[in-house]
Design a protein around this ligand. Structure first.
Ligand SMILES: Nc1ncnc2c1ncn2[C@@H]1O[C@H](COP(=O)(O)OP(=O)(O)OP(=O)(O)O)[C@@H](O)[C@H]1O
Length: 299
């Protein structure tokens, strides 16, 4: 296994300009072995451009990219991109055979394993031109896994996948990360990004607006019900009880509050209870994974 947390690919003040328009600007990030970075952001934010630059598919206009450390060989990449580059006129298996031929050192058994990993063994003999969107995506994922890449760059890899495919994708990413692969992927699914990533990077208009990691504060969503929903008094009592949490605020009709991991949910509930908001009237809606995204961009 690769040593965990080793820098595989580092971007420093990376920028990409198309004409006068900066699609990516001043981005710093580090893809590390065994770690997964999720990139989120609005349409046109620069996610695809950033990933293409990391892959070396487009020339950056500014900043630096460094691969591995000075003493190690260039890391191997696997990628899933929107433009999948599959050859429609031949089978899925033949597509992978050709790719494996270019990579070198990939056995026929490994190709079978990658097809199995994405559930495409049975359909591998079919012409790719007959595949559905999700089948193409699965084949691309199998192709990305060939040759045991040290870095996986996945641009919206869940696009077109059915629920079982999304679950498999998450398992594969987790498996690869456990084996030491550094993963960077983009997605519009907040739930997927939250679940899959060690670090989430939010970009907008090409820039990193915010980022958070496993140890960042957790948000919880609570709803006042029953007697506690009696508006003014209860809400006031809850606000007072939670005043130590600087960022506590209402998401009408919910109360949303931020809690550091050192102040887990049960402590917050205890505070509310002590404020005579009986727990039977406080509904715990679980983690509020959308909270970090509120107010970042608006339609
Ligand atoms: N080849 C190009 N020529 C000119 N402009 C481009 C080119 N590629 C991307 N852009 C512009 O760069 C910006 C970022 O595009 P990009 O595709 O990276 O966004 P994205 O975050 O991946 O968007 P989405 O979520 O919609 O897929 C957009 O304004 C886009 O129009």
């Amino acid at each position: 296994m690769d040593s965990p947390n080793r820098a595989l690919l580092e971007a420093t003040r990376l920028g990409k300009r198309f004409g006068k328009h900066w699609a990516v600007r001043d981005v710093d990030l580090s893809v590390r072995s065994g770690r997964t970075i999720g990139i989120v952001g609005p349409n046109g934010a620069g996610k695809t451009t950033l990933l293409a630059a990391l892959l070396g598919l487009i020339e950056p206009s500014a900043g630096e990219l460094s691969l591995g450390d000075a003493n190690s060989a260039r890391p191997r990449f696997g990628a899933v991109l929107d433009q999948d580059g599959l050859i429609n006129s031949v089978s899925g298996r033949r597509n992978l055979d050709q790719w494996a031929g270019m990579l070198g050192n990939v056995t026929s058994g490994e190709i079978d394993d990658c097809l199995d990993a994405v559930g495409m063994r049975a359909a591998a003999h079919r012409r790719v031109g007959t595949y559905s969107l999700g089948m193409r995506r699965r084949l691309c994922l199998a192709r990305a896994l060939l040759g045991e890449p040290e870095i996986l760059v996945l641009d919206e890899p869940g696009n077109g996948l059915d629920p079982a495919g999304v679950i498999r994708l998450k398992e594969l990413v987790a498996e690869r990360a456990r084996a030491g692969t550094g993963v960077i992927f983009s997605s519009h699914s907040i739930a997927d990004v939250d679940e899959m990533s060690d670090e989430v990077v939010y970009i907008s208009e090409g820039r990193v607006v915010t980022r958070w990691a496993e140890d960042s504060p957790r948000w919880w969503k609570l709803r006042l019900a029953g007697e506690a929903a009696e508006p003014e008094n209860s809400r006031h009592a809850a606000s007072v009880a939670l005043k130590e949490y600087d960022w506590a605020h209402w998401i009408d009709p919910y109360v949303g509050l931020i809690a550091a991991q050192s102040a887990p949910l049960h402590e917050l509930l205890a505070l509310l209870s002590a404020a005579e908001l009986p727990l039977s009237n406080v509904v715990d809606l679980g983690r509020d994974i959308e909270q970090p995204f509120r107010g970042l961009d608006s339609w």
